[in-house]
Design a protein around this ligand. Structure first.
Ligand code: PLP
Length: 366
C-alpha cells in the first residue's frame, strides 16, 4: 500500500504565486499616507454609507440572490439589459467565474505583458495555459495579442485602462482587436478605472457587448465609488455568458449591505463627478511635478501613475525612504517593473506629502 499522503491540490495549483496586495500598514504609531491600492481619496458617497448602515437592521435575512435591485439601478443608469448584468464580490470574482465557466486544461487564455495579475491566477487556477503578449510603449499591442491567438485560445483579458501602467487602448483599437478574434474566444474588457478616463476616443465596453456575442465588460465599485471593502463588481455579458455565470456563482454572492450601498453610490453622481474632477486635476499636476524632479511618468488615464526611477536612485531605496516618512506607494516588481513604484492620486495633502518626500529623495529642489 502506498504511503499515506494528505490531500493534494489539482496539478498546477501549487505553481500559482499568490496575489500580493500593496502594503497597507507600517509598523509604529502615526498616520500613514496610503497611496498603494488605487482607492479614492474622497471616500464613498455619504449616502452609500447611510444605506449600508441602514442594512444593519436586516442582517438575519439573506440578500436578493440575483442582486436584482442593484442590477436594475445599473441598467437604468447605463441603459442596459438588466438580464445580462451579473453582480459579484468584486470584479475579481467575476474574472474568476469567467475562467471557471470557459477555461480548462488544454485551453489557452491571453493577457498582455504588464496586465493585471489576477488574470494569470484565474487562468492557472482552472488548469488553462496563460499566454503573455508583449506590449509596445507599456501599452497593450493589438497585433502582438492577435499573433498569439491559436486554436486553443478561449479567452483574452484586457484591462482598459490597465493597472499598473495606466495606459489605455482607444475604442478603434479595441474594435480592431475584437475583429481579429475568432467568434468562440471571449474578449474580457476589464474597465475597473473607466469612470476616470477623460479621453474622448475611449469606450468602456458597453457598445461591444451590445453588438457582439463574445465580449464581456467587467466594472467595479471599489475604485471611483469608494466601496472597496464591500467587494462589489458587475459584468455586462451576452445573454448565454450571463446564463453560464449565473449557473456557477454562489447563490448569494453579493451581500445585502453591498447591494444597498452600491445603489446609493450609483445614485450620487455629483459625488462621483467630484472624484473625477479631483483626479483629473491632480493626475496632471503630479505627472508634471514628478517629471520635474527627474522621474519618468507613464501617461495615465486612470487614478494612479507609474513612476520610473533612474538607475542611480532605485525604486527599492525610494520605497524605504517613503516608508520612513510613513508614505506607502505600490511596489510593482511582479508586474515587470523593478525600477518603478505606482502612486495612487490621493488628497491634496497626501499628494503634496508624497511629492515633498520624493523631491527630497531625488535630491532636487534643495
Ligand atoms: C484592472 C483591475 N481589475 C480588477 C480589479 C479588482 O477590483 P475589485 O475590487 O472589483 O475586485 C482591480 C483592482 O485593483 C484592477 O486594478
Amino acid at each position: 500500500m502506498a504511503a499515506k499522503r494528505g490531500p493534494t491540490p489539482r496539478p498546477g495549483i501549487l505553481d500559482i504565486a499568490p496575489y500580493v496586495p500593496g502594503t497597507s500598514a507600517l509598523p509604529g504609531a502615526g498616520k500613514v499616507v496610503k497611496l498603494s491600492s488605487n482607492e479614492t481619496p474622497l471616500g464613498p458617497s455619504p449616502k452609500a454609507v447611510e444605506a449600508y448602515l441602514a442594512e444593519a437592521a436586516h442582517l438575519s435575512r439573506y440578500p436578493d440572490g440575483s442582486a436584482a435591485p442593484l442590477r436594475e439601478a445599473l441598467a437604468d443608469r447605463y441603459g442596459l439589459d438588466v438580464a445580462r448584468i451579473v453582480c459579484g464580490a468584486g470584479s475579481d470574482e467575476l474574472l474568476n467565474l469567467l475562467a471557471a465557466a470557459y477555461l480548462g486544461p488544454g485551453d489557452e487564455a491571453i493577457y498582455s505583458e504588464h496586465g493585471f495579475l489576477v488574470y494569470k491566477i484565474a487562468i492557472l487556477a482552472h488548469g488553462a495555459t496563460a499566454v503573455v503578449a508583449p506590449e509596445t510603449d507599456l501599452t497593450a499591442d493589438v497585433d502582438a495579442i492577435l499573433a498569439r491567438v491559436s486554436d486553443a485560445t478561449r479567452m483574452l483579458f484586457l484591462a482598459n485602462p490597465n493597472n499598473p501602467t495606466g495606459t489605455y487602448l482607444p475604442f478603434d483599437e479595441v474594435k480592431r482587436l475584437h475583429a481579429g478574434l475568432p467568434d468562440d474566444v471571449i474578449l474580457v474588457l476589464d474597465a475597473a478605472y473607466a469612470e476616470y478616463v477623460r479621453a474622448n476616443d475611449y469606450e468602456a465596453g458597453i457598445e461591444l457587448v451590445a453588438t457582439t456575442q463574445n465580449t464581456v465588460m467587467t466594472r467595479t465599485f471599489s475604485k471611483i465609488y469608494g466601496l472597496a471593502a464591500l467587494r462589489l463588481g458587475w459584468a455586462y455579458c451576452p445573454a448565454p455568458i450571463a446564463d453560464a455565470l449565473n449557473r456557477i456563482r454562489g447563490p448569494f454572492n453579493v451581500t445585502g449591505p453591498s447591494i444597498a450601498a452600491g445603489i446609493a453610490a450609483l445614485n450620487d453622481q455629483p459625488h462621483m463627478q467630484e472624484a473625477v474632477a479631483h483626479n483629473t486635476a491632480w493626475l496632471g499636476t503630479m505627472a508634471e511635478a514628478l517629471t520635474g524632479i527627474g522621474l519618468t511618468v507613464t501617461p495615465s488615464a486612470a487614478n494612479f501613475l507609474l513612476v520610473h526611477f533612474p538607475q542611480s536612485k532605485s525604486a527599492q531605496e525610494a520605497d524605504k525612504f517613503l516608508h520612513e516618512r510613513r508614505i506607502i506607494l505600490r511596489r510593482v516588481g511582479e508586474y515587470g517593473f523593478p525600477d518603478a513604484l505606482r502612486m495612487t492620486i490621493g488628497t491634496e495633502q497626501e499628494n503634496q506629502a508624497a511629492l515633498k518626500a520624493l523631491t527630497e529623495f531625488m535630491g532636487a529642489g534643495q
